[in-house]
Design a protein around this ligand. Structure first.
Ligand code: GRF
Length: 191
């Protein structure tokens, strides 16, 4: 994603739930010097909290049931083309995109994951790191490819796990770092 010279990159955010990262990216995109312009939010859940916020901020948003993946992706692809979207940020998006979709947007889909990848791919990362007695965990922003949480790493932030940490306290601290890391990673890939 080269040649960003003052023109913001049209960006879509895909969510499934709370959307706190989405909210943070929208704030980031509103800053003058931000390289992105969030033009679209796609949700896999029509009741996602994030959708309410997107509507409030007057950002176009659509919900799709991903039970029919082909149908959903066909429609999403149409909207992405109409809105000239050049970057897709997954933020708590709980569905797996098809190989075909990922291929069409090769190098343009990124994700944030709550672990130090390649360790702890998949769900339930906080409980698993605690159960394994890890000393450190963190978060990773990476490109999305067809392997779950397996694409090239853009940036990572490591944090120390405290003795008193629970899955809840850990999530809180990791997410705080996510809000800093995601914008930094976007700046890094748009140069
Ligand atoms: C984030 O912590 C992210 O690491 C993971 O899902 C969580 C989504 O939280 N992929 P939110 O919806 O952004 O609040």
């Amino acid at each position: 994603m080269k040649n960003y010279i003052g023109r913001k990159i049209n960006t879509a955010i895909f969510i499934s739930g709370t959307g706190s990262n989405m909210r943070n990216l929208i704030k980031f995109s509103n800053a003058n010097k931000s390289p992105i312009n969030v033009k679209l939010v796609i949700s896999s859940n029509k009741n996602a909290k994030g959708i309410v916020y997107a509507s409030k901020k007057k950002i176009a948003n659509y919900s799709f049931k991903f039970s029919d993946l082909k149908y959903a992706e066909k429609n999403i692809f149409k909207i992405l083309s109409e809105k000239k979207i050049k970057l897709i940020c997954l933020a708590g998006f709980m569905k797996i995109l098809s190989h075909n979709f990922i291929k069409k947007f090769k190098g343009k889909i990124i994700n944030i994951h709550p672990s130090l990848l390649p360790k702890y791919k998949g769900l339930n990362t906080y409980n698993r790191v605690l159960k394994n007695g890890e000393k450190y965990t963190g978060c990773t922003v990476h490109f999305v490819n067809s392997k779950l949480d397996g694409g090239k790493i853009i940036l990572q932030k490591k944090i120390k796990i405290l003795k008193k940490d629970t899955a809840i306290s850990l999530k809180k601290r990791v997410q705080k770092e996510e809000y800093l890391l995601y914008p930094r990673a976007i700046k890094k890939i748009i140069n």
